[in-house]
Write a protein that binds this ligand. Structure first.
Ligand code: NAD
Ligand code: TYD
Length: 338
């Protein structure tokens, strides 16, 4: 059996990966380590909590008492655990440093004590390149993060690399573009706008709405990680992008069309401070080892809208019942989008 430790496995991408991994690899035993922050939810792991090859451990990746024994028993580590929302980082960055940077350090230190570790996959992000006005970022490009989230991720990205360069911990770094799909916490633009539209609430579009993101279906991201565990080279960085470059205003209109709601729901609001204008990735390095995105954006977005329609209970528990979310929403959007 291959022991796979997944940190942050109760979050959006992590839970999709845990489900995918258990389904695809019958010789993998998966341990999920997750602190269950506001973004981590056991409901995201529904259907696999009782799986005979899956164990869930509640704990902090930055706590060596929890993280070290799990890392010591792993053949593969996939490190998703992080604070992930740019707007929350702008409000308060402390947790981003303790989890994204220090937590990664703790896990790397633990990995260093495990001579049989085959892969340490550091889940980084395209946001570490910063905003690029044209062209596509290459893995060799300079990192120019511009907000506390992307800066903490850049720190973790380079820290992970340093454990390869210095100690030969078999680190692989992925830099994925914006993900979308089922179980995404409804603070990020796609699930927030789908669920606000369903409820006829305003869709708070930042600034002029012309900021551009490259959308990647979470299933395509999971397939990329799977391939890299098998065929990626330690010490290397791999961009993972869907190649779907969409401006926020166009994305918003597409969501409204799919939900069947009028464009009058679009509510222009003040811009995000330091808002990165555009991300775009060159993915030829990953494509050269056999990965290609499989989910066309139109199809993926349509499926995602259907998922949020079918799983109202999941997001209503967060949006309508969780006081933490209501407080965050009020603080972020004030009266402008309620
Ligand atoms: P998410 O916010 O949905 O989930 C994060 C998970 O990490 C949650 O389950 C949370 O409880 C857990 N966590 C947070 N702090 C922890 C700690 N100290 N110890 C243990 N667990 C902790 O995030 P996501 O969107 O699934 O992102 C997962 C990873 O992918 C992150 O590293 C993120 O930077 C990266 N990434 C995300 C995107 C995207 O578009 N969502 C794109 C590129 C890269
Ligand atoms: P988000 O989903 O927060 O991801 P990221 O900041 O990591 O790219 O935001 C995606 C884009 O959508 C980004 O340009 C900011 C914009 N946005 C809005 O216009 N309104 C919103 O309410 C949110 C959450 C995001």
């Amino acid at each position: 059996m291959v022991n796979v430790l997944v940190t942050g496995g109760a979050g959006f991408i992590g839970s999709n990966f845990v489900r995918y991994a258990l389904d695809r690899h019958h010789d993998w035993r998966v341990t999920t380590l997750d602190k269950l922050t506001y973004a981590g939810r056991l409901e995201n792991l529904q259907g696999v909590m009782e799986h005979p090859r899956h164990e869930f451990v509640k704990g902090d990746v930055a706590d060596p008492g929890v993280a070290a024994p799990l890392a010591a028993a792993a053949d593969v580590i996939v490190h998703f655990a992080a604070e992930t929302h740019v707007d929350r980082a702008i409000m308060s960055a402390g947790e981003f440093i303790t989890t994204d940077v220090y937590g990664t350090f703790v896990l790397l230190e633990a990995a260093l004590q495990n001579p049989r570790l085959r892969r340490f996959v550091q889940i980084s992000t395209d946001e570490v390149y910063g905003s690029i006005s044209e062209g596509a970022s290459l893995e060799t490009d300079e990192l120019k993060p511009r907000n506390p989230y992307s800066a903490s991720k850049a720190g973790a990205d380079r820290l992970a690399y340093s454990y390869w360069a210095t100690y030969q911990v078999p680190v692989i770094i992925t830099r994925a573009s914006n993900n979308y799909g089922p179980y995404q916490f409804p603070e990020k633009i796609i699930p927030l706008f789908i669920t606000n539209a369903i409820d006829d609430k305003p869709l708070p579009l930042y600034g002029d709405g012309l900021n551009e993101r490259d959308w990647l279906h979470v299933g395509d991201h999971c397939r990329a990680i799977e391939l890299l565990i098998d065929r990626g080279y330690p010490g290397e960085v791999y961009n993972v992008g869907g190649g779907n470059h969409v401006r926020n205003a166009d994305l918003t209109r597409r969501i409204l069309q799919l939900v069947g709601k009028p464009e009058t729901l679009i509510q222009p609001v003040a811009d995000r401070p330091g808002h990165d204008r555009r991300y775009s990735l060159d993915t030829s390095k990953l494509q050269a080892i056999g990965w290609h995105p499989q989910v066309p954006f139109e199809q993926g977005l349509d499926d995602t809208v259907s998922w949020y329609r079918r799983n109202e209970q999941w997001w209503r528990t967060i949006k309508d019942q969780d006081p933490e979310f209501r407080k965050y929403y009020e603080r972020q959007y004030g009266g402008s989008a309620s």
